[in-house]
Design a protein around this ligand. Structure first.
Ligand code: 5GP
Length: 185
C-alpha cells in the first residue's frame, strides 16, 4: 500500500514536470540485474573492460557494473552529436579512453541507440584498437527502423520515438538524476 502511494506520488511529480514515465525505477533495477547476470555468465574467464559513453551512460553503467560478479576494468569516452536535444548528424569524439584495450574483451555501454549513427561510429573507432572481442550493451533502443538493433548484444528496453530523459539521459543538461525513464511531453 505504501509502495503504491509512493508510485502515485512519483507519477504525479513527473506529470507536474511535464514528463510521462515510460519505465519505472523498479523495472530498470530488475532489468539491470538480468543483464548483469547474462554478462557475468558470458564473460567468465575473460578480460572484461566496460567502456561507458559519456555522459548519458554513467548512471546505467554504475548500476550495471556493481551487479556483474566478475573482476572488470572501466573506461570512458565521450562523443557529442546532439545540440539542444537535436541530432546534428555529425559524431564528434570529445575524448577517448585512457587504457589500451588490444586483446581485451570490450563491452561498450550506451544509454540509448536512436539512429545508430553514434554506435556505428564508436564500433569502428573501437575495432581499430584491436580488442579480442567487442559487444554492446544499451539501456534503451528507439524503434525508428534504423536497422541497428542487431548491433546491440544486451538491450534493456525498446522505447517509442519520443525524446526521453532520466536515469542518466538529459534534456539540455537536466533530468539525469531521475530514477526512472520518461518522455518529454
Ligand atoms: P544516435 O546516434 O543513435 O541517433 O543517437 C545516440 C545518442 O543521441 C545517444 O547516446 C544520446 O546521447 C542521444 N539521444 C538520442 N535519442 C535521445 C533521446 O531520446 N533522449 C536523450 N536524452 N538523448 C538521446
Amino acid at each position: 500500500m505504501i509502495d503504491s502511494y509512493r508510485q502515485m506520488e512519483i507519477r504525479d511529480g513527473a506529470m507536474a514536470k511535464g514528463l510521462d514515465i515510460l519505465i519505472t525505477a523498479a523495472e530498470i533495477q530488475k532489468k539491470v540485474e538480468g543483464l548483469a547476470g547474462r554478462i557475468g555468465k558470458d564473460y567468465q574467464g575473460k578480460n572484461l573492460v566496460v567502456v561507458g559513453v559519456l555522459k548519458g551512460s554513467f548512471v546505467f553503467m554504475a548500476d550495471l557494473i556493481r551487479q556483474i560478479p566478475l573482476p572488470l576494468a572501466c573506461d570512458f569516452l565521450r562523443v557529442a552529436s546532439y545540440d539542444q536535444d537535436r541530432s546534428t548528424g555529425i559524431v564528434r569524439m570529445e575524448f577517448d579512453m585512457t587504457q589500451p584495450v588490444a586483446g581485451k574483451d570490450v563491452l561498450l555501454v550506451e544509454d540509448i541507440v536512436d539512429s545508430g549513427r553514434t554506435l556505428t561510429h564508436l564500433l569502428k573507432h573501437l575495432e581499430e584498437k584491436k580488442p579480442a572481442s567487442l559487444r554492446v550493451c544499451s539501456l534503451l533502443f528507439k524503434e525508428v527502423g534504423s536497422g541497428v538493433r542487431d548491433k546491440i548484444d544486451y538491450l534493456g528496453f525498446t522505447v517509442p520515438n519520443r525524446y526521453v530523459v532520466g536515469f542518466g539521459l538529459d534534456s539540455e543538461g537536466l533530468y539525469r538524476s531521475l530514477p526512472y525513464v520518461a518522455a518529454l511531453r
